[in-house]
Each structure stands twice: as C-alpha cells, then as structure tokens.
Design a protein around this ligand. Structure first.
Ligand code: SF4
Length: 330
C-alpha cells in the first residue's frame, strides 16, 4: 500500500476540504471529476468551474465523461430516485466502482470522498454509507476524511498510510465547521452542495423522463440538448426544441446533423431541432411557433428546412398562442 489515493471530486466545499486535509498529510492525490452529460460535448473540461476551484488546493484532476452506460443507470436505478430524476445512491456506487477499478492503474491504495455522516437525507446515513461501500467493492478502502473519526478505522488508517489523528469528526447537516475550515485553508470559492447537478432540477428532470418515455434510441447529444431551448412534445414520436436566444441557435445549429428535421428562419427567430416523425399539422405548428418567437422583417420572409432535405418553406397563415403551445411544453 502506498501513500496515493483517488479523491472523488465534485467542486463542492466538502470534496475540496477532504482533498486539502489529505494533501496536508503529504498524501499524493488524484481528483476524479465525473462530467455529467449536460456539459457541452465540445466543452474544454480544463476551463470548467470545478477545474478552476481545484487549483485553490493544488489538486490534479482527471475528467471522466459520463456516457450511455451511466444513462442506463439513470433510467433504471436499482435504489430509486431522490426528489427528482437524481439516482444519488446508484450514482455514488457507479463513481466508486469506477474509482475502484482504477486503483491499480493509478497505483493508488484507496478512494477518498468528501462525505459527512448525516448530511444528506439518504445517501449519507451511516447504514447507507456502509451499503454503498459494500456495493462498490471498496470495503475498508473508502476514506472519508471529514467524518473519519466518527467511523471505525479503515484499512488505510490501520496500515498507517493516513494519520487518523489528523482526520476530522464532522457530522450532521450544519455547515459551520466546514466554513471555518474553508477560512483556515483559504478556500474562497466552491460550488453549492450537489454542484448544481441537473438531475436534481425539476424542469430538466421532466425532460429526462420524457426522453426515457418516448425516445428509446436517444443519443448523448439528445441528453445534452435537454439543457437547451424550450421543449415541446408534439406527439409520442416527435419532440421539438425551439431556441430561446442566439447562443441556443448556434448550439442547435452545431448539432443539426443529429436532428430528424431542422428548421432555420431567414429572419430574426429561433432555430428548431426535431427528433421523430412530423405530421403535416406538427410541421405547421412548428413554423407558426418560429413566427411566434421570431420577428418578421418587412417584405418576404421564409423558413429554411435543413433536414432531412433542404427546402424553402413559406410563412404559415396559422397563428399559435402561448396557451396552445403550453399544452405541448415538456
Ligand atoms: S446529485 Fe447528481 S451527481 Fe450527485 S450523486 Fe446525485 S445524481 Fe449523482
């Protein structure tokens, strides 16, 4: 066993503190940052907020992009969901298993987390922490530096790799001790607990559920696009995404090849990305929505259909109201 560990790192205060406590002891740490599928596929991971936050404690990071295998778990989590479509218990087991399988490759002896007993309703209760540990295959090799003294000594502490005396005994939901430690260590910035995980967001969760219910052949681009635009389910086989601003127009255009239909106005207005099959009525509704959210110029205006084939379409006579559109909103 050597003095090297993997830290599950989210960018939240607890994982930053857990990292700092171990780095202070001279432990070599590598932070594993799991990148949720809502982060743009072309994002520069080194520029993400958690990456910048890690610099405060001098933590080296590795990024693991979560893909289809992870989404299959979100779709059918053996331990169920939290309040929204957040499968926190299975998500943690997944991260820990991944880290467990990487121990040898990283030449590391243990996995550390920023967990604190009793801080979260389910996944950080003592019995659930033990269960998660067992399920991940890491029994005795998960170190929780912030609450270690409230737990029986792990193999890592017993073998002297980590000095138990320098670990902490925080428990419960209060944040006072963490805030004090942040001050002491000069950690000035951190993400909120759950790090803004969009699986806990009520609106995004509705879209995730809609995706699972109606789009069995979804791609990771479809998952990413759940964060972009307004989403309307037109019928069980078709959903359209209508951009809300120029940035979203650019984003939808970037992935137009993944759409079954794609519409772009020649006037100031939203692009529309469609997955599925459109009836004539659906298409009329989409064109009317583009007019509803756009600003027609004086004179002639058209909408270009870019997929599945390029066509120039006229502006429909039909108008659509917000009330009508609301019926389709996801
Ligand atoms: S909040 Fe999100 S990232 Fe964190 S454990 Fe739950 S599902 Fe996973």
């Amino acid at each position: 066993m050597n003095k090297r560990g993997i830290l599950l790192y989210s960018g939240g205060l607890d994982s930053l503190l857990a990292g700092k406590v171990l780095l202070e002891q001279g432990i070599e740490l590598i932070g594993y940052h799991f990148v949720l599928p809502f982060i743009a596929p072309d994002a520069e991971l080194e520029s993400l907020v958690p990456s910048k936050l890690a610099q405060q404690i001098g933590l080296q990071l590795k990024y693991i992009r979560l893909g289809k295998e992870y989404m299959a778990l979100v779709e059918n989590p053996p331990h169920g969901y939290g309040k929204q479509m957040n499968p926190c218990i299975d998500c943690k087991i997944y991260f820990l298993r991944y880290a467990a399988q990487s121990l040898q490759k990283e030449n590391a002896s243990f996995v550390a987390t920023g967990e604190v007993i009793g801080q979260r309703p389910m996944s950080q209760m003592k019995h659930m922490m033990r269960h998660i540990e067992k399920e991940s295959g890491l029994e005795g090799r998960i170190l929780r530096p912030l609450c270690a003294k409230k737990l029986p000594p792990t193999e890592i502490e017993k073998s002297g790799i980590v000095d138990r005396e320098k670990l902490l005994d925080i428990s419960g939901r209060g944040r006072f001790r963490q805030m004090e430690l942040a001050k002491k260590y000069g950690i000035l910035e951190f993400q909120s607990p759950a790090g803004g995980c969009l699986f806990t967001d009520v609106h995004i969760s509705k879209r995730v559920k809609d995706l699972f219910d109606f789009c069995p052949d979804y791609s990771m681009i479809d998952v990413y696009l759940l964060t972009i635009g307004r989403h309307f389910r037109l019928n069980p086989s078709a959903k359209c995404i209508i951009a809300r601003n120029e940035r979203e127009n650019r984003e939808l255009l970037k992935y137009q090849d993944c759409a079954d239909y794609f519409f772009k106005p020649d006037f100031n207005g939203p692009c529309v990305f469609v997955r599925g099959r459109l009836s004539f009525e659906d298409q009329t509704l989409i064109l009317a929505s583009i007019v509803r959210y756009g600003t027609l110029r004086e004179g002639n205006n058209v909408i270009v259909q870019l997929r599945p084939i390029t066509k120039i379409l006229s502006i429909p006579n039909t108008k659509i109201t917000d009330e009508e559109l609301k019926k389709f909103l996801v």
